[in-house]
Design a protein around this ligand. Structure first.
Ligand code: PLP
Length: 391
């Protein structure tokens, strides 16, 4: 008997199983996978290799995580629905009620909020230490400390973490060093080579690279990553397959994009540092940056980051006016994409801080963060110089 139209609409012939490997990985949108027998299904549910449900493991997301692990020189990786989800999974995996975390004073605002607004409610406390002073990090450790959290490059002043020194401090205390490498990407620095135990990324930035997908990833040793995956499965923060496919495509050009973005950023930084309306430019490629020597030691040659902070003379109004006068650079947050972006820091990303707290972190009331994209350097410099000329 021929099945009815509704049955045929759902169950129909498909293309033959692939004998040739598609060069571009397919996007596996299926949320669930069919087994050939109840026995096979039982085995996969019990942990045998196989696919069962995409919130647990999706082939496109797993492919993306493995690609990042390969770029970072890691044994294993786990894809997450955002960089914040990745940080959440790591912190939940490594802490319990009563645990203590050491993090940098200038840690990314979302990570700060996660620690202070969320984890604190479950009895996890954090000390925010001055990472410019290795002794301050050591002094912050307590018997309850569960991990040391670092960022390769800080937002927005681009402080460079001395990862080998931090790894020694953490490991002497028997603790893992977790590094958020979002601002660096593996095309600038691979923290595992410098002693880190886990690396966290907002893949929304350089890894995806085109400002069209939100995601995150954690890479490191297989045992730690398995613990992180467990939390991701339990909290439901799976990376969607379409996002994973966009991220995978982004990875193909990661070193090309990052090398060019860093070279352009350094050119822009040098041009702006010489402008009379500018008080200060913060970029680790400049000899004037506090952490230039650390940057030369830890970051790949010539790749000192594609974010810079420019502080025009004249206070808050000058910074706002500079951003308003831009014609090519977009007034937009985020970083790592193909299009350059600018934010006035005191009224956007760091608006919750007092002027004194911003000043303590090296951020002026006029400071502007630039994320340098792939445009021609001369066009970017012209746009920024025109914006500064009028101040
Ligand atoms: N870590 C850093 C350093 C970031 O800059 C960001 C986002 O800006 C995140 C983590 C969070 O990433 P997402 O926005 O993908 O959750």
């Amino acid at each position: 008997m021929t099945p009815g139209e509704h049955t045929r609409a759902v169950h129909h012939r498909t293309a033959e199983p692939l004998l040739q490997r598609p060069l571009t990985p397919p996007v596996h949108r299926s949320t669930t996978f069919a087994f050939s027998s109840a026995q096979e299904m039982a085995e996969v549910f019990a942990g045998a290799p196989g696919w069962s449900y995409s919130r647990t493991d999706n082939p496109t997301a797993v492919g993306f995580a493995r690609a990042v692990a390969d770029l970072e020189g890691a044994e294993a990786g786990d894809a997450q629905s955002s960089g914040t989800a990745a940080a959440t999974a790591v912190l939940l995996a490594l802490t319990e009620a009563g645990s203590h975390v050491v993090a940098p004073r200038e840690v990314y605002g979302g990570t700060w909020a996660l620690l202070v607004h969320q984890l604190a409610r479950f009895g996890v406390t954090t000390t925010f230490a001055d990472y410019a002073d290795p002794e301050a990090v050591r002094a912050a450790l307590t018997p309850r400390t569960a991990l040391v959290w670092a960022e390769v490059l800080s937002n927005p002043t681009m402080a460079v973490a001395d990862l080998p020194a931090l790894a020694v401090t953490a490991h002497e205390a028997g603790l893992p060093l977790v590094v958020d490498a979002t601002f660096a990407s593996p095309a600038m620095c691979r923290p595992l080579e410098h002693g880190a135990d886990l690396v966290v990324h907002s893949a929304t930035k350089y890894l995806g690279g085109h400002s069209d997908a939100t995601g995150g990833v954690v890479v490191g040793g297989a045992e730690l990553v398995a613990r992180v995956r467990r939390v991701r499965v339990d909290t439901g923060a799976a990376l969607a397959p379409d996002e994973a496919a966009l991220m995978l495509r982004g990875l193909h050009t990661l070193p090309l994009r990052v090398a060019r973005q860093c070279a352009t950023a350094l050119e822009v930084a040098r041009a702006l540092e010489a402008h009379p309306a500018v008080e200060r430019v913060d970029h680790p490629g400049l000899a004037s940056h506090r952490d230039h020597a650390v940057a030369v030691r830890l970051l790949d040659e010539g790749r000192y980051g594609a974010v810079l902070m420019v502080t025009p003379r004249g206070g808050r109004e000058a910074g706002l006016a500079m951003v308003d006068r831009l014609q090519l650079v977009a007034r937009a947050t985020s970083l790592g994409g193909t299009a350059s972006k600018a934010v006035h820091i005191a009224t956007t990303t760091h608006r919750q801080l007092s002027p004194e707290a911003r000043a303590a972190g090296g951020i002026g009331e006029s400071s502007v963060r630039l994320s340098v994209g792939l445009e021609d350097p001369a066009d970017l410099v012209a746009d920024l110089v025109r914006a500064l000329d009028g101040l």
